[in-house]
Design a protein around this ligand. Structure first.
Ligand code: OGA
Ligand code: NI
Length: 198
């Protein structure tokens, strides 16, 4: 799987083919975050202060065909390192999410968007919004493409539960990313938010 991260501030200016996607999804993300924040009485100014076109980014995923699909995973199981992620996938099956201990395949629909709550909203909402573990399985005969828009903050943003008693300790996004990289290197997987449980 090849990945490329491009900040939205660059994409909105270069007139590239993904420009239209960014222009369509950015206002959607702004509306979503307002609704999700309002539900919990979290101030919208928190997001205005910490998130911008320089901190949100687009990930372009390409999953090449794989001769051993049962042995190789396209994208390792993970929860997203964002407040939420808006995913557009093509018509090829591959995305799965964990529900009650089982992997469930998400029916591919190129006319729909998928919104995944990420670890940061889980921590901020004190577990009211839950990040869902997901992965992408490899396909033997067809390539798959997807585009993921990560609504996230700057690395110095402080993520602190809005409610008491907090389930997770206060941390910065930079700390979260460092921990994720460390876990990936040492344990071979992204352990995620459970590292910050109190
Ligand atoms: C991701 C992701 C899903 C997909 O990029 O974090 O989960 O369908 N992508 O490619
Ligand atoms: Ni993901």
């Amino acid at each position: 799987m090849s990945q490329q991260h491009i900040p939205l501030s660059v994409l909105a200016e270069d007139g590239s083919s993904v420009d239209g996607f960014v222009r369509a999804v950015s206002p959607l993300a702004e509306s979503l975050v307002q609704i999700l924040a309002e539900e919990l009485n979290i101030k919208f100014s928190y997001f205005q202060h910490n998130c911008s076109a320089n901190t949100c980014y687009l990930r372009l995923n390409r999953y090449p065909t794989c001769p051993f699909p049962s042995k190789i995973v396209g994208l390792l199981p993970h929860e997203d390192p964002s407040f939420f992620t808006i995913v557009h996938q093509d018509h090829i099956e591959g995305l799965q999410l964990m529900k009650d201990g089982n992997w469930i395949s998400v029916k591919p629909n190129s006319q729909a968007l998928i919104v995944n709550i990420g670890d940061l909203f889980r921590a901020l909402s004190n577990g009211v919004y839950t990040s869902v573990k997901h992965r992408v399985i490899a396909a033997e005969k067809v390539e798959r493409f997807s585009v993921a828009f990560f609504y996230g903050p700057s690395i110095d943003a402080v993520i602190e539960s809005y409610a008491t008693p907090p389930l997770y300790r206060k941390f910065t996004f930079g700390e979260y990313q460092e921990q994720t990289m460390k876990d990936l290197k040492e344990a071979g997987e992204k352990v995620g938010l459970s590292r910050f449980l109190l």
